[in-house]
Design a protein around this ligand. Structure first.
Ligand code: GCB
Length: 608
């Protein structure tokens, strides 16, 4: 072993984390509205289960890791090289690796990616690498130079690659590791497939030296005619002007940035029509700052609560929804194409939905853009799921990072109505403290949306079939989300008829989940588990039960389409799929789809 070249001597401390892993990333807001040079397509790839490309035999980071992208010329080339991207198979980006190569179907570990690209430098410009998502940890090098590393599998991030680029041919190497971590967000247990890789699009985005990094333009709740917010510009001098205009309404406002590059915006375009679920009015919005411009497409609405009501543009609304995982229809794998978004949200509309819960993590940005266009209200969530390490401050920092990335990307999407900070977490003191901090962070980042979480419900007096919703976290929320599984994890569908509900909060409640499981095409009687008839009956009884709870202002049953999950193994019934979908992954509608559709189309729900 002593004859081996040593590593850089830099010991990787990330295993026993003392700080968050993410380094060198930011969120370039509105990046999808800027001109982009796509890096999508075929990338060379190497599965590296021992992460030999990054660590030496003493687990020190290598100086000459695979990010150097060396090529072996064949016999006669006497350098010792043990990898060669150019001779390795490709994976398509965007895409999870699991559904692209049989040997990677169950793989959890590191995979390397490499591709060449041509680039021409423009003076006075800055270039960012825009990553739609990489699950779970990722490292990026441009021309052998490290540019950033990121943790979190579902949020969008950008890293400044200006200094690493050269004129002409360039190469980029990424390592992505989807190993589940006890101190991860999410943690070891989830009920979804751990799809690894560069699961969403990558691109290069060029901006001028002084550029818009973020903005928040929203309708104020008091007047509902007034647009307010801010634009943030990097590298601007105090006093430089920022412009915001809605050309279709001939409305323009100018504002000056302060020493921190911040400009407050406030103006009242005449004849502004509001966006609402089912009435998706969007406007072109042009943002300018010096040489920089972003051409947005935005809508304007307000959402708030009054007692147990949810108000959109001041009007009480009942949210007829459905939960959706980012599982690709027809082909499985991570959903990431416009067609995936159109299919999933098209089905939601067919069902009669005015709202969707995008579980359990931020979905592709195309999804929220599509919801804006279709007029569907969105519940967006970060994967603070089940029992993450609530007593670990590093985990709180990671959750806050994901929240920041989620809100920075989507705060200007008018479809967003609710930010969900958690799903089915244990009601411990550490949990409540952690999530209360996340609720505060959410409001600091966006005061215009409602804060919610999907809570567990507890049994009260069992002899009276009592169910109680009194989780302490409810105090920190605007809207109480609650998951219940009467008829599936407990009792029979008819048990729902006996249930007595006590909700301790005079706040709106959204039933964030209920449902039952069975494959499309399996038929039997209404009391035979796994049959379409059983699940349809479960829906009928649950719909009746939930209509009697006075605080309920919406629901998103579990869920639109079957999705892959490693814990769902019953051969013939599940085969690695959670079959609670109203539609199979092949697009077959089950009986319960019709039950919910009938209810929604005949005006189910009480807006209060
Ligand atoms: C839940 C979870 C969801 C699961 C679902 C189920 O409560 O929030 O992620 O997939 O139950 O099917 O058990």
């Amino acid at each position: 072993q002593v004859l081996r070249p040593a590593g850089s001597g830099e010991v990787d401390t990330t295993a026993t984390q003392t700080a968050t892993f993410t380094q060198g990333t930011t969120v370039l807001e509105g990046a999808d509205r800027r001109p982009q040079t796509s890096l999508d397509g075929a990338w060379h790839s190497i599965a590296d289960p021992y992460f030999t490309g990054l660590y030496n035999f003493h687990h020190e980071m290598k100086k000459d890791g695979w990010f150097k992208n060396e090529h072996w010329a064949g016999i006669g080339d006497n350098r010792l090289l043990e990898y060669d991207f150019a001779k390795s198979p490709t994976l398509n980006v965007p895409g999870d690796w699991n559904t692209q190569r049989d040997s990677l179907f169950l793989y959890e570990g590191a995979v390397w990616y490499q591709r060449d690209f041509t680039w021409h430098n423009t003076t006075g410009k800055r270039t960012f690498l825009h990553v739609g998502a990489a699950n779970y940890r990722s490292w990026f090098w441009v021309n052998g130079q490290k540019v950033c590393q990121h943790e979190g599998g579902f949020t969008t991030f950008d890293c400044d690659v200006t200094a690493a680029l050269k004129d002409g041919s360039n190469f980029i190497v990424a390592a992505v590791n989807n190993q589940r971590l006890p101190e991860g967000v999410p943690t070891l247990e989830t009920d979804w497939w751990n799809y690894g890789g560069l699961t969403r699009s990558l691109a290069l985005v060029e901006v001028p030296e002084a550029f818009i990094t973020g903005y928040d333009l929203h309708l104020d709740r008091a007047t509902r005619t007034h647009i307010e917010g801010w634009v943030q510009v990097a590298n601007a001098h105090a006093g430089e002007e920022v412009g915001v205009s809605l050309p279709e309404l001939h409305a323009t406002t100018m504002a000056k940035v302060d020493a921190d590059g911040h400009a407050a915006i406030s103006f009242t375009p005449k004849n502004l029509k509001l966006w609402s679920p089912g009435k998706p009015v969007l406007y072109k919005v042009d943002l300018t700052a010096g040489n920089d411009a972003i051409h947005e497409e935005m809508g304007f609405k307000t959402i708030e609560t009054r007692g147990t009501q949810i108000l959109v543009n001041g009007d009480p609304i009942y949210l007829r929804g459905i939960s959706i995982h980012a599982e690709a229809p027809y082909r499985t794998g991570r959903a990431n194409t416009q067609k995936d978004m159109d299919t999933l949200l098209g089905w939601a509309r067919e069902l009669g939905c005015n709202y969707v819960r995008l579980a359990h993590y931020p979905h592709d940005e195309k999804m929220t853009r599509t919801a804006d266009r279709l007029g569907i209200l969105v519940w967006s969530e970060i994967p603070t799921y089940w029992a993450i390490q609530f007593d670990n401050p590093i985990v709180l920092a990671k959750a806050k990072q994901q929240l920041n990335e989620e809100i920075s990307r989507d705060r200007n999407k008018v479809s967003i109505g609710l930010w969900s900070i958690a799903n089915e977490t244990p009601a411990t003191e550490a949990r409540t403290k952690f999530l209360t901090a996340l609720a505060e962070e959410t409001r600091r980042l966006d005061k215009e949306r409602l804060v919610t979480a999907a809570l567990l419900v507890r049994d009260g007096d069992k002899s009276k079939h009592e169910k109680v919703v009194d989780d302490k976290l409810g105090q920190a929320l605007d809207v109480i989300g609650m998951n219940e599984y009467v008829g599936w994890y407990e009792g029979k569908p008819e048990t729902a008829d006996l249930m007595q509900w006590t909700v301790a909060y005079q706040k709106p409640v959204i039933v964030s989940e209920f449902g039952g499981e069975g494959p499309a095409g399996v038929h039997g009687t209404a009391d035979q588990r796994w049959t379409e008839e059983y699940v349809a009956n479960l829906y009928t009884h649950n719909l009746k039960m939930l209509a009697a709870i006075p605080q309920v202002r919406g629901m998103s049953p579990w869920l639109l389409m079957d999705f892959r999950s490693p814990s769902r193994q019953m051969p013939g019934m599940q085969d690695y799929f959670n079959r609670k979908g109203l539609i199979s992954e092949k697009g077959q509608k089950k009986l319960a789809f019709g039950v919910l559709q009938n209810a929604y189309r005949s005006g189910y729900g009480n807006a209060g």
